[in-house]
Design a protein around this ligand. Structure first.
Ligand code: NAP
Length: 464
């Protein structure tokens, strides 16, 4: 229905890389009405047929991997190396969803264990699709974060209205085409592109929608939670992920991992390393190991051979990150390396001597810099790790099994990595944050649970 198209531009050089429709509120209404019909049709479609269509979509995603990687890199600005890595996971996520969607088991209920109930009654549970799912995704992983919502939603028999980020709609449209080309019936997957600020309230508050699955900033997630009304909600939000390096850790190995985990996708990852908390007696060794690794990261034209890390999503964002780094220095931090901006590119930065209460540690940066602070002891390190409003991912480098287990228990994060950074994800694992990092879990099996309802059925027979 939307007739206006807008240009989608490369964050690297501003060139037009495609066009997408600019949806209106009338389009939201139409998309939801269409999805209501789609949900009615799709929930009655046997699971083996749904699964076959998903498996075909997975095959198409595999075949179109390079095309999808080029689109991701063009509209998002990440390097082709990273975009290819992202696109290569598409088929696998869809296949995982096809499998999990065929496993909607229920349980039988031992009702006669309930005092006063005999064996004449029989109870069981069944898992059913919720109906219409609204999926809203951010720009930073335009393929993965779309697929982690739509593939499980479709696999279990829901219809979807997908609103991708305004800056990265082309990847979402290319992925949606894999499903429709695979034979997904009309009305089951509906993509609307345009402004989240304009369309968001109507999408999330509509009573015909039974589930909102949102990934994005904590500020937008807070608004959605306040107006969504009575429906299921999954909110994957912001973070300031800590990594603890204890004095018994393999310092070289930790520095290697942190030089990856703080800068991939120009730090625009919810599980990016933002804070590094180092036991003070190994601080000098750690910084000496880290600095050359960070300085060796090649940034530049996302499509150029050899570029490891590309641009930020826009110049506005790059200027915001530049200002945060400058503020960190004003707040007493020491800029050890990087931080220079050229258009949408920022040189990977390390800021040392950071006061853990400073904004660079407390607020989400979403840029290519890490803030290094020192801890006096292992217990102090855990206290600092827990000192922000967020709780998505955390990492701990230590050879001490007792401290590893204590960290796993006491660090307030949805995902804790021992001897790696938070920047690691298997698509099958439960994934989601605590505190202001959100509610609910993604990861295909978890999403299947969150996108289905458990119904309890009791059959009342006569006693003999
Ligand atoms: P964002 O500004 O919150 O946008 C995310 C999505 O929400 C976009 O599609 C956006 O549309 C839409 N939106 C904007 N206003 C809305 C509203 N009022 N109602 C409903 N939807 C609305 O986030 P972003 O800048 O794209 O992404 C970065 C954030 O995502 C970071 O905070 C990051 O930590 C978080 N993130 C979290 C996870 C996780 O798993 N926890 C994963 C990835 C990213 P427009 O693009 O049109 O504005």
């Amino acid at each position: 229905m939307a007739t206006t198209l807008e240009d989608i531009r490369s964050p690297f050089d501003g060139s037009v890389v495609g066009q997408a429709p600019v949806a209106t509120l009338a389009d939201v209404d139409l998309a939801i009405s269409t999805a209501v019909n789609g949900a009615a049709l799709w929930r009655k479609t046997p699971a083996h047929i749904r699964s076959a269509i998903l498996l075909k979509a997975a095959q198409l995603a595999d075949e179109r991997q390079e095309e999808i990687a080029q689109i991701i890199s063009s509209e998002n600005g990440k390097s082709l190396i990273e975009a290819r890595g992202e696109a290569s996971r598409s088929g696998e996520i869809i296949r995982l969803a096809a499998f999990e969607g065929s496993q909607l088991y229920g349980t039988t209920l031992p009702l006669d264990a309930n005092k006063g109930t005999g064996q004449e009654k029989f109870g069981f549970t069944m898992r059913q699709p919720v109906g219409v799912v609204v999926a809203i995704s951010p720009f930073n992983y335009p393929a993965l974060l779309v697929l982690h919502k739509i593939a499980p939603a479709l696999a279990v028999g829901n219809s979807v209205v997908l609103k991708p980020a305004r800056t990265t709609p082309l990847t979402a449209l290319a992925l949606a085409k894999c499903f429709t080309d695979a034979g997904l019936p009309d009305g089951v997957l509906n993509v609307i592109t345009g402004s989240g600020a304009l369309l968001g309230d109507a999408l999330v508050s509509d009573k015909r929608v039974r589930k909102v699955s949102f990934t994005g900033s904590t500020i937008t997630g807070t608004r959605i939670a306040s107006i969504a009304g009575i429906k299921k909600l999954s909110l994957e939000l912001g973070s300031s992920c800590p990594v603890v390096v204890l004095d018994d850790a393999d310092i070289e190995f930790a520095a290697e991992a942190i030089a990856l985990g703080g800068y991939i996708n120009a730090g625009q990852v919810c599980i990016s390393v933002q804070r590094v908390i180092v036991q003070e007696n190994v601080m000098a060794d750690f910084l000496a190991a880290l600095q050359p690794k960070v300085e060796a990261i090649k940034i530049g034209d996302p499509k150029a051979e050899g570029t490891k890390v590309g641009t930020l999503i826009s110049e506005v964002e790059a200027k915001r990150v530049e200002a945060c780094i400058a503020q960190a220095v004003k707040d007493g931090g020491k800029l050890i390396t990087g931080g220079e901006r050229s258009g949408t590119l920022i040189k990977p930065a390390i800021i040392g001597s950071v006061d853990p209460r400073a904004a660079i540690a407390q607020d989400e940066l979403f840029g290519p810099a890490i803030a290094v602070s020192s801890a006096t002891s292992a217990a102090h390190a855990i206290e600092l790790a827990n000192s922000t409003a967020y709780g998505l991912g955390a990492g701990v480098f230590t050879k001490n099994i007792d401290f590893a287990l204590q960290s796993a228990r006491e660090i307030e994060a949805g995902i804790v990595h021992i001897n790696w950074t938070p920047l690691w994800r298997a698509d099958l694992m439960p994934y989601g944050g605590l505190k202001e990092s959100g509610i609910g879990k993604e990861g295909v099996r978890s999403t299947v649970e969150e996108m289905t309802e458990v119904k309890t059925v009791i059959m009342h027979g006569k006693s003999h």
